[in-house]
Design a protein around this ligand. Structure first.
Ligand SMILES: C[S@@+](CC[C@H](N)C(=O)[O-])C[C@H]1O[C@@H](n2cnc3c(N)ncnc32)[C@H](O)[C@@H]1O
Length: 214
């Protein structure tokens, strides 16, 4: 068993308070601006902060996001890459959400660095050339995670970052019934170990895996 030095909830609350209000937009600010309800959940503020850190560190120029929804993660990542000339390509199959995302991109002044491609990500990715992106972020249907793994790694440049949200579904209490999404994430987590990346899984949000293509 790994050493446990503090209660994880206490640690996450402490970190959230420490960084509160310093990293705009937060999820709350973003949702407040759009004034919409009933959208798919977005990444948490601490994950957005981690992604920004990694994008500033690597000066990533090309990011592929799989699963845009209202575009909170897209905006957050775009803010981090815009300063060094980076761009985000984001894939989304739900056309209805696109006008809302576009409205937010304009408001947060990142519309000029985001390319939206509407359609099934699993079909679109097959047409993307190998080693096209510095970063791939998977946040679409959980059932697609193991299915798309090979293509996600294929379109990533060597040394590029593979970021994946929701990878702790298998140990989340409210998901202990092991539904299809949970099983798919578990399968993905196991397959990732043999996919040509070096990865680690962090207990933030609903679990976040960060990996580098070897
Ligand atoms: C969890 S949400 C994305 C949240 C977003 N990344 C954020 O943090 O702001 C997942 C999105 O993936 C989209 N999606 C699911 N399956 C997809 C597919 N096969 N192709 C494209 N988009 C898909 C859904 O429509 C949904 O909007």
């Amino acid at each position: 068993m790994p050493e446990v030095y503090f209660d994880l909830g206490d640690a996450l609350s402490y970190i959230a308070e420490l960084y509160d209000t310093k990293d705009s937009p937060t999820v709350d600010e973003y949702v407040e601006f759009l004034e919409i309800a009933g959208f798919e959940p977005v990444i948490e503020d601490d994950i957005a902060r981690l992604f920004k850190f990694l994008l500033y560190l690597t000066k990533a120029k090309s990011v592929l996001e799989i699963g845009m929804s209202i575009g909170f993660s897209t905006t957050s990542m775009a803010l981090a890459v815009k300063g060094h000339g980076g761009r985000i390509t984001t894939l989304e199959m739900n056309e209805d959400i696109v006008p809302e995302a576009r409205r937010a991109f304009k408001n947060f002044n990142v519309d000029d660095v985001i390319d939206i491609r509407i359609g099934d990500a699993n079909e679109i990715i097959k047409k993307i050339e190998s080693e096209s992106f510095d970063v791939v972020f998977q946040d679409s249907s959980k059932r697609l995670y193991p299915v798309m793994l090979e293509d996600c790694v294929r379109v990533l440049k060597k040394g590029g970052l593979f970021l994946i949200d929701d990878t702790l579904f298998p140990v989340m209490k409210e998901r202990s019934d092991w539904n299809d999404s949970t099983k798919a994430i578990h399968e993905f987590n196991q397959k990732t170990l043999k996919s040509g990346v070096f990865s680690t899984l962090l207990p933030i949000g609903e679990g976040c895996t960060i990996a580098v293509k070897l």
